[in-house]
Ligand binder design. Structure first.
Ligand SMILES: Cc1cc2nc3c(=O)[nH]c(=O)nc-3n(C[C@H](O)[C@H](O)[C@H](O)COP(=O)(O)O)c2cc1C
Ligand code: SF4
Length: 437
């Protein structure tokens, strides 16, 4: 897999930028063992955050760094740290390394190439919130498990014990309240938006659930400081991020880029478009389609928001001009509908219904106008009504498809069924037979 880096600013060239999370990999081409990790980043300063005020100093540093979560929501990390630290009784840290969205590969790459950075981040987060235990959740069949297990063995006893827990490979199983349920009862279903895990998580303890990339950035901020972290990225989205680039590009893979880099430049980092590209799916399968304006859209929270999108898991999938966005969206919606945990009506019934509508739009042109109207009315009533945000992502995807591929919808209405039916899909959606229930 090619891993390169780029800096913000120029949409056409890829200026070398010093990598952070993947620096060790860039230099050696191998997983960083503990000695290499220490050579690269130096051991964690043991005294830096010691003493009574140490944890608060660390949280303050994270706050001034502006670090935001890399698990999809972009929530300010310091606020979660502070909320858990302020909780009563024993606390827990859960590192989310599951990466349930098939559009992403960055967490697996990070854990395989820089496992000690993730471990440092977990230990620092545990120190900041005063947790006596930490759990690292990874999908049951992940190739990162042996690497992480070896890295933990290499560490020996750590100040906070870290155990690896294997989680079933389901899209919603890695939502934060689903992880809490897995750890408490072995049931990988979201349990509802409130109370948040920061208040009442694993065994009813205040629990910090953070993405593994977020924790790896925290490990670097603790070493090099807030100003260093902010030297890359934008005001609103500081730092670098790992981005997974897929679809019609020459070198699909995981790249570390500076936040704020235009998406057109990110495709160049990934070897450039394979064929002319009409749109990108941004943020994961429950993400947003962006039309040709993607070329200049900065990959930052503010930049994506201005374009009507969300950064999500920082995945970018390039869709060729010779592909049908409606048919591709229908495939993804079917996957998302099949992945519902089946416990909330709007999700259980609403997602299959919008997947059916999108299928109809692609395949039954006679009804296109009526089906599009029905689909729009369904999209208006689903968001915010599930126990987790899974249906909201599916609605975002469908709504953006109707907007970006409006010409396709009109074309289907006038010109018969989709011309691209039967073509291989550009979407990283597992075939139905291969899906895990
Ligand atoms: C359906 C669904 C699936 C999710 N899957 C993941 C995941 O695989 N990995 C992850 O880090 N966060 C995932 N999240 C987000 C988590 O709920 C949680 O917000 C995140 O782990 C917090 O970490 P962060 O603050 O570091 O971003 C998912 C959310 C939803 C709604
Ligand atoms: S909204 Fe869907 S995925 Fe989320 S808990 Fe309800 S049924 Fe499960």
């Amino acid at each position: 897999m090619d891993i390169v880096s780029a800096t913000a600013g120029d949409a056409t060239t890829t200026t070398p930028y010093r990598m952070r999370l993947l620096a060790g990999w860039a230099d050696t081409g191998t997983t960083a063992g503990l000695a290499e990790h220490h050579r690269r980043y130096a051991p964690l300063p043991p005294a830096a955050f010691a003493g009574r005020g140490g944890p608060a100093r660390l949280i303050g540093l994270v706050e001034s760094s502006g670090l935001r979560g890399r698990g999809g929501g972009g929530f300010p990390t310091a606020r979660k740290l502070a909320a858990v630290a302020a909780g009563r009784g024993p606390r827990t840290v859960v590192a989310n390394g599951c990466e349930g969205d098939p559009a992403g590969a960055k967490d697996r790459v990070l854990m395989e190439l820089a496992p000690h950075l993730v471990i440092d981040g977990i230990l620092l987060a545990a120190h900041a919130v005063g947790a006596a235990e930490a759990v690292l959740c990874v999908h049951e069949d992940s190739s990162a498990i042996p690497v992480l297990a070896a890295a933990l063995r290499e560490r020996g006893a750590t100040r906070t014990p870290i155990r690896i827990v294997e989680v079933t490979r389901r899209y919603v199983a890695s939502e934060e309240t689903a992880l809490v349920s897995v750890l408490d009862r072995g049931d990988a279903r979201p349990r509802g938006r409130f109370p948040r895990p920061t208040e009442r998580g694993v065994r009813s303890r205040p629990t910090l659930v953070d993405n593994v990339e977020t924790l790896a950035h925290l490990a670097l901020i603790a070493r090099y400081g807030d100003a260093w972290f902010r030297a890359a990225g934008t005001d609103d989205s500081p730092g670098t991020t790992l981005v997974t680039v897929g679809g019609a590009v020459n070198d699909p893979g995981v790249y570390e880029i500076e936040l704020g880099l235009p998406i057109g430049a990110i495709l160049q980092v990934a070897g450039g478009p394979l064929v002319p590209v009409q749109a990108v799916l941004l943020g994961g399968l429950g993400g947003t389609w962006l039309g040709p304006e993607f070329v200049r859209t900065p990959l930052s929270h503010a930049g994506c928001r201005t374009a009507g999108a969300a950064l999500g898991i920082a995945a970018v999938i390039a869709l060729p001009a010779a592909a049908c966005g409606i048919a591709e969206t229908a495939r993804v919606l079917r996957f998302l509908a099949d992945e519902s945990a089946g416990q909330c009506g709007p999700c259980m019934f609403g997602l299959p219904a919008i997947a059916d509508d999108m299928d109809e739009l692609a395949l039954m042109p006679d009804h296109a106008g009526r089906v599009a109207a029905r689909l729009r009315s369904r999209l208006a009533v689903i968001p915010g009504r599930g126990a987790c945000a899974h249906p909201d992502g599916a609605v975002r995807l469908a709504a953006s498809a109707l907007h970006v591929f409006a010409d396709d919808v009109a074309g289907h209405a006038e010109g018969g069924p989709c011309r691209w039916v039967g073509q291989p899909s550009w979407m990283p959606v597992p075939a139905p037979a291969g899906r895990r229930r």
